[in-house]
Design a protein around this ligand. Structure first.
Ligand code: NAD
Ligand code: ZN
Length: 344
């Protein structure tokens, strides 16, 4: 089968021919119907050799959907031909966090060598993918896999961040969304769907700001030295009760700190390496800072239900598997509008 793999440090993704994998006991093989490209794939592929821990070759793709094609020994309660989205942050399945469906916060996964598909385990950017357990599948129930596959990360991650700040998203409050890429453009829609907060979108690119307006942002601000003043002005000097930073680089983390309101909530979601000092005389009184990771299984069900009622949709750029390398290049250069999705 064809697969998109990262094979050599510093060399970027390649389309290669590999054997079709066989499902072991308890595992499920999906025929992939769609796989999304995430900027985290570049975070991984940009790591120097001494910091790279994901194994080589690595089949990419941590946003995946497919149709059940073969069941491993002992798998019950699931049928060949059914369509699913893959819940990616795999945990041990036994601990307190996993029992709540919050496998994204399993404290044992790393020690047990359990890794998400595409971020250690072979991912979905291939014709077939192995899913280790039935609980990591969420039924699509008629949703178009190409349209919704990216909700498994570009939807789930902002949903998890935003809903955990829901008490700050009250009518009259302001939410700042920094970075209107794959995650950010869905994040704006989620805030609009679950709250009456005013949304200010920030990006370096005018095209992304146009997309922000299309998906529901009330105001747009060009990222840069004047952004903080502009946001203060738009909020009557108060700042924003919630800030969601989907870039996470030092300039955007600095901006987040500069615009968060008293008792506000900053979520650094982007893995750009930016850091913020928090404490008295550093951040406003009562302000909280968090670096959330991915989301829970039930939150994935909720995001898919938001798509089902038409409240959230992904702006999709479609590619065949042979177009994946080009799609990754576009993502690297900030040229993708919304999310690039590979349809094998
Ligand atoms: P993307 O490339 O689709 O979007 C990033 C956006 O940020 C782009 O629109 C870009 O123009 C904008 N941007 C870059 N620098 C900026 C700046 N200085 N000011 C304002 N905007 C700026 O990326 P994505 O796939 O949406 O991922 C976003 C980030 O989130 C990445 O760092 C990714 O690794 C991370 N991520 C984190 C999690 C998590 O669980 N915390 C999950 C998925 C992705
Ligand atoms: Zn991701």
């Amino acid at each position: 089968m064809k697969a998109v793999q990262y094979r050599e440090i510093g060399k970027g993704p390649e389309v290669v021919e590999i054997d079709v994998p066989q499902p072991g006991p308890g595992q499920i093989r999906l025929k992939v119907t769609a796989a999304g490209l995430c900027h985290s794939d570049w975070f991984v592929m940009d790591l120097p050799e001494d910091q790279y821990t994901y194994g080589l070759p690595l089949t990419l793709g941590h946003e995946g959907a497919g149709v059940v094609d073969k069941l491993g020994e002992g798998v019950e309660g699931i049928e060949v031909g059914e369509a699913y989205a893959i819940y990616g942050p795999w945990g041990c399945g036994q601990c307190h966090a996993c029992s709540q469906g919050r496998e994204n916060y399993c404290p044992y996964a790393a020690d047990l060598g359990i890794t998400p598909p595409g971020l250690g385990a072979p991912g979905a950017m291939a014709e077939y993918v192995i899913v280790d357990d039935r609980r990591h599948l969420v039924p699509l129930g008629g949703l178009d896999p190409v349209e919704v596959v990216s909700l498994t990360d570009a939807g789930l991650t902002p949903y998890h961040a935003i809903t955990s700040a829901q008490h700050k998203l009250y009518p009259g409050s302001t939410a700042v969304v920094i970075g209107v890429g794959g995650l950010g453009h869905v994040g704006i829609q989620i805030i609009r769907a679950i709250s009456a907060a005013t949304v200010i979108a920030v990006d370096i690119s005018e095209d992304k700001l146009a997309l922000a307006t299309d998906v529901g942002a009330h105001h747009t601000v060009v990222s840069g030295p004047d952004a903080a003043d502009r946001i203060r002005e738009l909020t009557g000097g108060l700042g924003a009760q919630t800030v969601f930073d989907f870039a996470g680089v030092q300039p955007t983390v600095d901006l987040s700190k500069a615009v968060v309101a008293i008792d506000g909530f900053v979520h650094i979601v982007g893995i750009g390496g930016g850091v913020m000092s928090a404490g008295f005389f550093q951040t406003p009184m009562g302000a909280a800072v968090r670096a959330p990771y991915w989301g829970s299984r039930s939150e994935l069900i909720e995001v898919l239900d938001l798509a089902r009622v038409g409240a959230v949709g992904v702006h999709v750029e479609r590619y065949g598997i042979d177009g994946a390398v080009e799609a990754y290049e576009r993502l690297h250069h900030g040229e993708v509008q919304g999310r690039a999705v590979v349809v094998p």
